[in-house]
Write a protein that binds this ligand. Structure first.
Ligand code: SAH
Length: 357
């Protein structure tokens, strides 16, 4: 019999399972606590479960859906990047960011939702291999289990900003987020879970209609639709203006937090861009999060520090609430837009100290 990944099971699914084998429903909670709170790596650790049931579970399920093939630690800021291998041989990455010393001082885990990505954003490394496949819930949750176990760190802020487009894998991502939030799961507050999208209208609308309580981040990255479409093909079928109209009609600002992400390149930070941003956010209290473009195999040029400061000042003068996201883990290719699932070997003399193997 092929073993199932147990982390694909919601609490309801586990209750159904235990009922179906003539066990009490409360076993579901017991097992969830072992899997998530205690981060058990094997059923044999579950000492408040009978040996017979442990053996049965061990025969039917696997706990870990991923294998960790590599952990890299940034020498600059301690950021940790994890390369995971799926059961069918694909590579995905997660990043642990230690925001110590920054205003919020939190630990953030950045998770992948797909192997590869279909969005084709021109400035992002994840787009390069194209789309491989959706990750299932167990593969999403298992990234966090491994990162916690290996790093020994626990209180995490979760961002779905790794490889892939979460809203093209809606169900598995929501199921994973729900288990993260669930009291017998990872028990992480909904305020600490953020889902980032390149802007899939259908997914965003469904997210709102289903009253999902998580934070939303929207990757804008340009102020002119034609220019945006050139760097983000998703704009074609999902015009940002339509998203923005829909959000202003429907988004429950009191419950969810919405951030708009703007990756700064040399050619999207003019005074006119600042004015257009001001216009876009005139009536909202949306926070604008600016990220200086990170290095990759793309042709775009990052702004200088002075250009970043000037753009921020222009926005601040116009009262647009803005924060600049510091990039972590650039030396291990672990920053935004740098996750490719490729393996690197450190070699002296290369541009960035990293060479593909
Ligand atoms: N597909 C989703 C989730 C991935 S999040 C989304 O697009 O939101 C990855 C974030 O990194 C996005 O906000 C994206 O705009 C940003 N990004 C991509 N390439 C980048 C680069 N080279 N430098 C800085 N940020 C980048």
């Amino acid at each position: 019999m092929v073993k199932q990944f147990i982390k694909n099971y919601s609490i309801g699914d586990l209750e159904d399972y235990f009922r179906s084998i003539g066990e009490k429903e409360y076993r579901a909670k017991q097992i969830m606590i072992w899997l998530y709170e205690k981060n058990a790596a094997s059923f044999h650790e579950m000492t408040n479960v009978s040996k017979k049931l442990r053996d049965l579970l061990d025969g039917a399920f696997s706990i870990n859906a991923l294998e960790c093939s590599e952990r890299m630690i940034s020498e600059i800021d301690g950021t940790e990047k994890y390369l995971f291998k799926t059961h069918d041989g694909h590579y995905i990455e997660s990043v642990l960011i230690k925001n110590e010393g920054t205003e919020d001082g939190r630990l953030t885990v950045c998770l992948s939702s797909q192997a590869g990505c279909a969005m084709g954003c021109r400035f992002c490394e994840t787009a390069k291999p194209g789309f491989i496949r959706n990750l299932d819930t167990a593969e999403i949750l298992d990234q966090l289990s491994h990162v916690r176990r290996i790093s020994g760190q626990r209180n995490n802020n979760i961002v779905f900003m790794g490889m892939g487009e979460p809203f093209m894998n809606y169900e598995s991502v929501m199921r994973a987020a729900d288990i993260m939030n669930y009291p017998f799961g990872f028990h992480i507050s909904v305020r600490k879970i953020t889902i980032s999208t390149a802007g899939i209208i259908e997914g965003i609308e469904r997210f709102i209609d289903e009253r999902r309580p998580y934070n939303l981040a929207l990757s804008l990255n340009d102020t002119l639709p034609e220019k945006r479409e050139r760097i983000m093909p998703v704009e074609g079928r999902n015009p940002f203006m339509e998203i923005s109209d829909m959000l202003s009609r429907k988004f429950p600002t009191s419950r969810n937090r919405l951030t708009v992400v703007y990756v700064m390149r040399k050619d999207n930070i003019s005074m006119d861009d600042a004015k257009r941003l001001k216009k876009m956010f005139r009536y909202s209290r949306i926070k604008l999060n600016l990220i200086p473009l990170n290095q990759g195999s793309h042709e775009y040029r990052p702004p200088t520090d002075e250009e970043v400061d000037r753009f921020v000042q222009e926005l601040e003068i116009m009262n647009v609430p803005v924060t600049v996201r510091k990039s972590f883990g650039r030396d291990i290719f672990g920053a935004c837009g740098q996750l490719s699932g490729r393996r690197y070997a450190t070699r002296e003399g290369s541009d960035n100290g990293l060479n593909t193997i």
